[in-house]
Design a protein around this ligand. Sequence first.
Ligand code: FAD
Ligand code: NAG
Ligand code: NAG
Ligand code: NAG
Length: 760
Amino acid sequence: MAAAQLPTVPVPVELPALGPGTYFNEIQWQVLFSIIDAVIPSIVIDSAAEKNENHHLQISQSQCNESYEYIQQVTSHPPAFEEFVEYLGARPLENQLFLCQVRRMLDNLPPQLKRQLGGLLSLLATRLGSLAATGYITPIHEQPVRIREAILRSWQGSWFKIWPVLAKSIMTLTRICWAQTDHYFHRLNGYIDYPRHYQPGPAFAFGFMQFGEGSEPEAVDTDVVIVGSGCGGAVCAKILAEAGHRVVVVDKGYYFSPSQLPMRPDAGHEYLYEAKGRMQSTDSSMSILAGSCWGGGGTVNWSVSLQPQGYVRQEWADQGLEFFTTAEFQHCLDRVCEVMGVSDAHIKHNHGGRAILEGARKLDAKPCPQNTGGAEHYCGHCVLGCGSAEKKGPTVSWLPAAAKAGAQFIEGFNVSEVLFDHTDGNKQATGVFGKWTSRDEHGQVHTPEAGRIQKSVYLKAKKVIVACGTLQSPLLLMRSGFENPHIGRHLYMHPVGMVNAAFDDVINGWEGGIITSVCTSFENLDGKGHGVKIETSAMVPHLALFNHPWHGALQWKLNMLRYRQMNTFISVARDRDTGRVYPSPDDSQPVIAYTPSDFDRAHILAGQVAIAKLCYIQGATEIWPFVADVPSFVRRQRRTSSAGTTGAADEKSDGDNVDNIDQGINDPDFAAWLRVLQGANNRPPLTSFSSAHQMGTCRMSAREADGVVDPRGRVWGAGNLYVADASIFPSASGVNPMITTMAIADWIAQNVSMDLKRAK
Ligand SMILES: Cc1cc2nc3c(=O)[nH]c(=O)nc-3n(C[C@H](O)[C@H](O)[C@H](O)COP(=O)(O)OP(=O)(O)OC[C@H]3O[C@@H](n4cnc5c(N)ncnc54)[C@H](O)[C@@H]3O)c2cc1C
Ligand SMILES: *[C@@H]1O[C@H](CO)[C@@H](O)[C@H](O)[C@H]1NC(C)=O
Ligand SMILES: *[C@@H]1O[C@H](CO)[C@@H](O)[C@H](O)[C@H]1NC(C)=O
Ligand SMILES: *[C@@H]1O[C@H](CO)[C@@H](O)[C@H](O)[C@H]1NC(C)=O
């Protein structure tokens, strides 16, 4: 790449061509798009010349004027009236980018979800089905927008579970695609898809191994093969390579250089996330994100670098895993933090980070250390990859260090099984087998795989380390013939409940460090270390808005004009109760059976209540907990002129005291609303949760009968085979799991190294 001129925006990464979409027929597509159109339609004044009730939701002139006045009151940068009308009138279905994104997300759905959705769409197209589902004989796709919107609303409250779930799924799809692609929404909120003053950091030349054409499988010989380049794998690579062993690291994902990061959201989903960012639990109660690319979760995570707390380490030690409370393990933790320059000394907090520290002053809140090598790193887009290379993830610190020590790398390499030798009755790992898919002749990965070199490769090794992450490591073990019933079970997720809040200030939440503070006051609600942490969230719009409550098209579009003044807070539970991951019979991809339990949901709700109080104290003008059937809280007293910025200050002086979390109780409106929230039923699937932290599916145990790996990370019942990633946590870490993952990987790698040396 010519380095003459540094780009000022990330180099766009091309997407694969869309499939033919033949999984739905013409009518099914029509029904689906008619519903999508009703979630976020074009809204026009009923006297407008071009109105057409099939394409436009109509409002009266006075309703439009009232809405505009309202927007003038609640936003710091109200659009001109004409812009406002244009924004309301825009129809996503006429935006090519939006349509492509909808198609892409549907293409990526697992086959069995496509079948389910297709069945419901067909049913809705029939008269009888329509009558049952909507109360009308006329099928939904022949109804005007007004009726379709009303049907969606009625589904939300429907007693028969199928319809609310369908409504929720289509709304989520629509909100994500709209938040990613609507130009008006972006422009009126001053949002751009990359950090201001964008300057890509240096790329590291990984020199990935290449294989030639030909049908013969290749064979590669090494000391240690590491499957997965994420947080666990990368740490093992550095330690083992620096200890002088020959190391090969493989990942099914590809490397993207800092100049290509952060990616646009559509490309980011395609190339950086497991299952292209479209993972849900089987009952649709959870949306799940996990990284899958060169660097794994470390490429997309949010830099939070917390060490596991004493009470969790004690819990693990009490299960016979004493080393978690040893000084030796503390050294592992300190070592990984040191390599990444973990520190809280350089943080510049954005609004959300400050809100937690100030709003929770009476509580326990603290800045969150970040792995930014001592840089300030005021960047909120890392969730789509870090362009500055300031975030010291695997691709920036661990893997380059491994390279310098001689490690070799293969990207685009999907391991299908671990190979074994069974002589003398023992099962000994001897390497892995998998398929490599090259880049195309232009170094791109969006062109069809059939046009690139594909090759089977045997990687022979003395030691095999599986670090595919919590969702894939158990599947690889199952494919490799292990039948231990613990494999895939004990899935912890750190389920998250969200709250959005709007403030008087301009927040631009997508700028600044993503999570720079944490409130720990509610982390032990049962006396056994289960509870929630309160953190901020990434404010890339689709992540903050995919579940933002929808009660109607106008309400939603008006809310969205306040995005630059919104912030998202998360209540992250250390879950007590678990789920399971297993391969889908359709396509062998991970199926995730997990429903947040009553016990864990009560904690999440308690956290959301605390967040609401914190936001109230910080002067929030409206608060939206993502809890089904709970209306937003609207502060009655609001600023009077659109130009004024003193409202918040006035209000604080007449009562709110930042030192007292319970102060809001003095506002009877707020107190009454809080009671509604506290008593709410947050049962899934109507209330949705999310997860970016998966753990525990190959858990470590002191005895063979209780888990999958032993205290040194060796898979029970096999030799020379290790697991070193978040899947071996004995239970949920409570803190964001990267540092814990890395420290355990450090521990295991030291041991592997010792073993290898002894063998020599
Ligand atoms: C959006 C997001 C934000 C996060 N933010 C934070 C944070 O701020 N702080 C924090 O502590 N944690 C955070 N996490 C969690 C953290 O990233 C994970 O806990 C961590 O990455 C787990 O490491 P791992 O080694 O288990 O797996 P991963 O890092 O997920 O790596 C697994 C790798 O294995 C590869 N792989 C899987 N199967 C195969 C196969 N068959 N063949 C070849 N390769 C394969 C995958 O492609 C992937 O790259 C975040 C996670 C996400 C998704
Ligand atoms: C609505 O606002 C427009 C533009 O400000 C104005 O011309 C019109 O008279 C208003 N109509 C009503 C019904 O208030
Ligand atoms: C990887 O290999 C497994 C097992 O062979 C297969 O089920 C899966 O679909 C493959 N994944 C990709 C991305 O090719
Ligand atoms: C390796 O594991 C053993 C057994 O758990 C432990 O005693 C030893 O300290 C470990 N060694 C290293 C270098 O981590």
